[in-house]
Design a protein around this ligand. Structure first.
Ligand SMILES: [Zn+2]
Length: 216
């Protein structure tokens, strides 16, 4: 893997650290280049494109995944690419209902799925009707990425949702904690400042940690 900008990674992790759920996804989107003032009003799929961009800047375009087959319990390792995780959409019409994509602000402000559906209707054939839930995923496929899977062990086929915010956060947490451990260990051993440690390449850092007897 090419050297990724570790200062960017640490800054993104820190910006999202105090948040969870939708607010964490928003913080990560801003770290990925989204405009802070308007990010909550972006369609979820558009917001998630900033998460994909940030993820690929930090860790590259290959997404290793570990999934468990729901039929036989076998663990399957697979590698997705950025292309597997990208879709396109816009407003869509289902059964006469025209709906717009869901935004983060919608998720922060509604309490029920029914409220969410009602809020996203642009035009309806009748004021009383029930909005079809499928309309939302049709108009913003990037907000509802699903991966087709098949088990090499038992042949079972299924689809699994892919949540870029959760995936990216798990990776950021793991890498940021490892980096902070390196900074702590090397600062203690050699009296270096954080910037000094981050300026040393990961390969040389491992070597210095070995010499200092600090490998975890
Ligand atoms: Zn299986």
């Amino acid at each position: 893997m090419a050297a990724f900008p570790e200062a960017v990674l640490l800054a993104a992790w820190e910006a999202a650290l105090g948040f969870a759920g939708v607010r964490r996804a928003l913080a990560l989107a801003v770290a990925g280049g989204a405009e802070p003032a308007s990010v909550a009003d972006l369609a979820l799929g558009r917001r998630d494109e900033f998460l994909l961009a940030l993820r690929e800047r930090c860790f590259g375009t290959t997404y290793p995944c570990l999934v468990t087959c729901p039929a036989c319990g076998e663990d399957l390792e697979l590698e997705l690419t950025g292309d597997d995780l990208r879709a396109s959409g816009g407003t869509a019409t289902t059964a006469g209902y025209e709906v717009r994509p869901v935004t983060s602000r919608d998720l922060l402000e509604v309490r029920t799925r029914r409220e969410l559906l009602a809020r996203c209707v642009v035009s309806a054939p009748s004021p009383e009707g029930e909005v079809p839930a499928v309309a939302l995923s049709t108009c913003d496929p990037q907000a509802d990425v699903r991966i087709d899977l098949d088990c090499a062990s038992c042949g079972h086929r299924w689809t699994s949702p892919f949540d870029i915010a959760r995936y990216l956060w798990t990776e950021l947490e793991t890498h940021a904690r490892r980096l902070l451990y390196d900074v702590h260990a090397l600062a203690t051993a050699y009296g270096w400042a954080e910037a000094d440690v981050l300026a040393v390449s990961p390969a040389r850092r491992r070597y210095y940690l070995e010499l200092a007897g600090k490998t975890a």
